[in-house]
Design a protein around this ligand. Structure first.
Ligand SMILES: *[C@@H]1O[C@H](CO)[C@@H](O)[C@H](O)[C@H]1NC(C)=O
Ligand SMILES: *[C@@H]1O[C@H](CO)[C@@H](O)[C@H](O)[C@H]1NC(C)=O
Length: 342
């Protein structure tokens, strides 16, 4: 048996996770203790994490998690995973996208010949219709960038290693970027976007950041103790958005729209605006406050609400709307269009 065969043999014996003494190894491979020590040194030099325990009860073992037992998947299980991957890939970005690709290659390589041809191009048999654009929130359809992928990958690594991350978060409405130090807790996917949830070190609050607005994410060397109580589930159902809107109300300018009860009901069905503040305003009317005065956001909303909705503020948008409606009124007053009949 040559040294390579012996090193492999030792490696296999140590994968059980049990402590194996040098004496046992020496007997098993019929070599001297000194040879065993040298073999172990060689393995360590190759980067194999062999833990040595000293003393009479001592011996060697592999650091846990170094070698995973082989996973034997059935054909159905493999097909299920490939279909699930197709679903995941249909979103524009995926955390650790490169690792997903390599995992997929491994899966494919493990397939029996009989289904290899069929599943090698799983996208020929499993199709996923992309998520359609959200008319009200069309800004969410921006193309993924390298920064975006890096933010997702880095945040995920930060979660896995319990290491802080640092990044710039861009606020498009204010056209500004702010640095954040964050303990990464979890990620969530909503309407084709990824959101990063973590504890902001400065404010000690758990906040949610849109991954596509994160720039230059770096994983810092600082470890943190993960909060065992945290579950991303507590942020789902728009709970995070409610929290964020309350915060924006303190930071942003507010648009106020007076609407009817019927319109309030209609607006409450929207995944985003349902988290705005609705206050009764007398005479069956309701005042809705939205923490944004972005014209591209507010004007389409008021137009969609239609007659019965009145934009109270900001003034500039109110003026713009009144001019628009005046032009429309003039158009309709002019009577039926003259059509060319043939
Ligand atoms: C694969 O799934 C089908 C449908 O559930 C089942 O009938 C079949 O027995 C499964 N094959 C194996 C090998 O498990
Ligand atoms: C975790 O949650 C449990 C039950 O909800 C609570 O009693 C405990 O105080 C929490 N711990 C921390 C560190 O927040």
């Amino acid at each position: 048996m040559n040294p390579i065969e012996r090193a492999l043999g030792i490696l296999l014996l140590l994968t059980g996770g049990k402590l194996v003494s040098a004496t046992v190894l020496a007997e098993r491979f019929q070599v001297s203790l000194r040879t065993v020590y040298r073999d172990i040194d060689r393995l360590i030099a190759l980067g194999v994490p062999v833990d040595a325990e000293r003393g009479a009860e001592g011996g060697y073992r592999l650091a846990s998690g170094y070698l995973q037992p082989p996973v034997a998947l059935t054909r159905n299980e493999t097909a299920a995973l490939l279909a699930a991957m197709a679903l995941v890939r249909s979103s524009r970005t995926v955390p650790l996208a490169d690792d997903l690709t390599s995992a997929e290659k491994k899966l494919l390589a493990s397939l029996p010949k009989s289904v290899h041809g069929l599943l090698k191009e799983a996208d020929r048999i499993v199709g996923i219709e992309p998520i359609p654009p959200d008319i009200f929130h069309s800004g969410t359809k921006a193309e993924p960038t390298e920064d975006w992928q890096r933010a997702l990958d880095g945040f995920m690594s930060g979660i896995l290693d319990s290491k802080r991350v640092r990044f710039e978060h861009v606020n498009p409405s204010r056209n500004s970027a702010k640095g954040h130090d964050v303990e990464p807790y979890g990620v969530m996917f909503d309407r084709d976007l990824w959101y990063l949830a973590g504890r902001c070190v400065d404010t000690e609050m758990v906040k949610v950041y849109r991954a596509d607005r994160v720039r230059d994410l770096e994983i810092s060397g600082l470890f943190f103790r993960p909060d065992k109580n945290f579950s991303i589930k507590t942020m789902l159902g728009g709970a995070w958005l409610s929290q964020a809107m309350r915060r924006w109300e303190q930071e942003e300018e507010i648009a106020k729209i007076l609407i009817t009860a019927k319109q309030a009901k209609k607006l409450s069905a929207d995944w985003y605006y349902r988290h705005a503040v609705f206050t009764p305003a007398g005479e069956g009317k309701i005042l809705v406050s939205i923490p944004s005065t972005d014209r591209a956001r507010i004007l389409p909303l008021v137009r969609w609400l239609g007659p019965g909705a009145e934009l109270l503020s900001p003034d500039a948008l109110r003026l713009e709307l009144s001019e628009e409606y005046a032009a429309l009124t003039a158009l309709y007053r002019a009577g039926s269009p003259v059509t060319n009949s043939t």
